[in-house]
Design a protein around this ligand. Structure first.
Ligand code: RP5
Length: 195
């Protein structure tokens, strides 16, 4: 059973917004959100990079929520966000952070949902610090780590979509079409490239 609020759909991917839910389902007597992916980042300065994830999710029609959750500035919010993520109906969390980048690892410490970490480029070390912070999780609490920057953000979203497509044939077909379009594009490439 779903209740839709189409007017709020666009608000889902506004940076810095509070959690917005556009639809709900009843599962085991509990009201579940139809929002499947949490997209969080340590600062709204990360949005320039993380919007690449939002764009992919939007392209595939996957409902998501976007908000700033900071490991060192809003630790209580982080704990609350991660520890309630599963009961709120999320399937995974995409987390972007720069510098010490402890957000993805701390989220993973508080939920067993898949956490997909995106290293955001930092001012002094260009995101190498973010990458190493996110990828070097000690054994037992994994964070799937993607490339530095917008390619990583887009791929994290595509990976989240792949996870959802395990139980969603319509989404799997959309992914097949997306891959086929990339194949066609590569086969049509000319050398030297036209400027
Ligand atoms: C991290 O610190 C954020 O993820 C961001 O990448 C970085 C800088 O944050 P601002 O100083 O721009 O807010 O927590």
């Amino acid at each position: 059973m779903y209740r839709h609020f189409p007017d709020t759909a666009n608000a889902l991917w506004q940076p810095g917004g509070t959690v917005v839910e556009c639809a709900f389902s009843l599962k085991s007597g509990q009201l579940m959100s139809a929002v499947k992916v949490g997209l969080v980042m340590g600062s709204n300065s990360d949005w320039e990079v993380m919007q690449a994830a939002a764009e992919q999710l939007q392209h595939f029609g996957v409902a998501f929520e976007a908000r700033v959750v900071s490991a060192h500035r809003t630790p209580d919010l982080l704990f609350d966000y991660a520890s309630t993520a599963r009961e709120r109906g999320l399937s995974c969390i995409i987390a972007g952070a720069g510098g010490a980048a402890h957000l993805p690892g701390m989220l993973a410490a508080k939920t067993t949902l898949p956490v997909l970490g995106v290293p955001v480029p930092s001012r002094h070390l260009q995101g190498l610090d973010s990458l190493l912070s996110i990828v070097q999780m000690p054994k037992g609490v994994p964070v799937a780590t993607f490339a530095i920057g917008s390619a990583g953000a887009a791929n994290a979203a595509l990976y989240a979509i792949s996870l959802l497509a395990l139980a969603d044939t319509e989404l799997a077909e959309k992914l097949d079409k997306f891959r086929a379009a990339q194949t066609a594009m590569a086969l049509n490439m000319e050398l030297p490239p036209r400027s």
